[in-house]
Every structure is written in structure tokens, then in C-alpha cells.
Write a protein that binds this ligand. Sequence first.
Ligand SMILES: N[C@@H](CCC(=O)N[C@@H](CS)C(=O)NCC(=O)O)C(=O)O
Length: 208
Amino acid sequence: MTLTVYGTPISVYVRIVRLLLEEAGADYQLQSVDIFGENRSPDYLRKNPFGKVPTIEIDGEFLYETAAIVGYLDAVFASSKFSPAEPLQLARMRQMMGIVDSHLYAPAIQSIVIQRLIVPSQGGQTDENKVKDAIAPAKTAAEAIESLGKFNPYLLGSNLTIADFYVIPVFIYLAKTPEFAEITSETPKLRSWWDSVSQHPTVQKVCG
Ligand SMILES: N[C@@H](CCC(=O)N[C@@H](CS)C(=O)NCC(=O)O)C(=O)O
């Protein structure tokens, strides 16, 4: 079985997939596709018509959308050990993935991280209004995850799950911004989860 992950190692969603693959000890290659134009090339759009990374190729089949990718890879490479067997906890995992997709990624990454870290690094000026407006929705998402989680020691209990893989790459970037303190001010369990998982060797390897 030959597995290729197309994308850039700086992408949150590529990191979600790679965290699972590294934890599973799976053999794969990362084929660079940047998000500054290469992802809109005709060649890449044939693999993923939305121009998003990641896409994976497995024995000639292409698969995109991270939730579908990680579900597939977990089954094939890890005997589904990163998905809870108990139905409600499985639903909680998918709920957290949905919260990241629909309520955390946009304010945390597309607004706060882009404005605080990327724009200034390219000589631009942070749009403070964009940052300010993004704090409340990101805080709501963090508080929702806190209220749904078990935190002993991972989000859904004693085993790492795909829910952890979804939140970690967002927090890696968000924790570098001053807004992280406010966003997590009411989520002490999420903060101590973060203090612990951020030191994990796989997290350092994939997201460091
Ligand atoms: N729904 C997609 C989202 C993936 C996504 O947003 N990837 C970002 C990088 S983290 C991307 O490709 N951005 C490039 C662009 O939007 O042009 C998934 O779950 O895979």
C-alpha cells in the first residue's frame, strides 16, 4: 500500500492527518503542495477541485476532506484505535471535529493567527478589529470543547482520539498569540490538556 499526503507541513489540516499517521506508525510520503498558488494549479485541482490541502492518494485513489481522510486512515492503519468504540463518545469526537471545522478554525486561524502572526511577518499591519471580533467566537468554541471533554488526560478520556488531533494544530498557532490567554481564560481543563499534549514528541515532530 503506497500512501501520499499532498499539502504543506504548515497547514493545520495537513497536521491533523500527519498526527494520526505518526501516532499510528504508518509509512507515508508528504508531497509538497503550497497554499500560495500550487493548490490552485490545474494538476492539484484534478485531485481536489476545492484547492484545499490535504488530499491523500492511496494506491491510485484520491481522498480529500480531512474528516473523511482521518476516519479512513484510522481504520486502515490503526484498527480504529483513535475513535472511541462507545457510540456517545464517538459522537462527541465528531462533535468536537465539527466545532473545530465550523466554529474554531475561522476565528482562530483565519482571523487571529493570520492577523497577529502572518500579516506582520510579511510587513503588513494587523487589523485589530478583525482580531477583536474573532475572540468571542473562538472563546465560545473553546468553552464548548471544555464542557464536552473528559480530560483524563486526553479530550475524550484515557486514549488519544481524532478529537485531540483536530484541536492540537489550531492551538499550536493560537497559543503563540496574546489572545490565547483570553480565549482559554474560562477553560482550565483545556489549558492543562494543552500544557501536557503540546510536549508530546509526535506533536513536536509534526507541529514543531
Ligand atoms: N474542509 C477542508 C478544509 C481544509 C483547509 O481549509 N485547508 C487549508 C489549509 S489549513 C487550505 O487548503 N487553504 C488554502 C486555500 O483555502 O486556498 C478539510 O477538512 O480538509
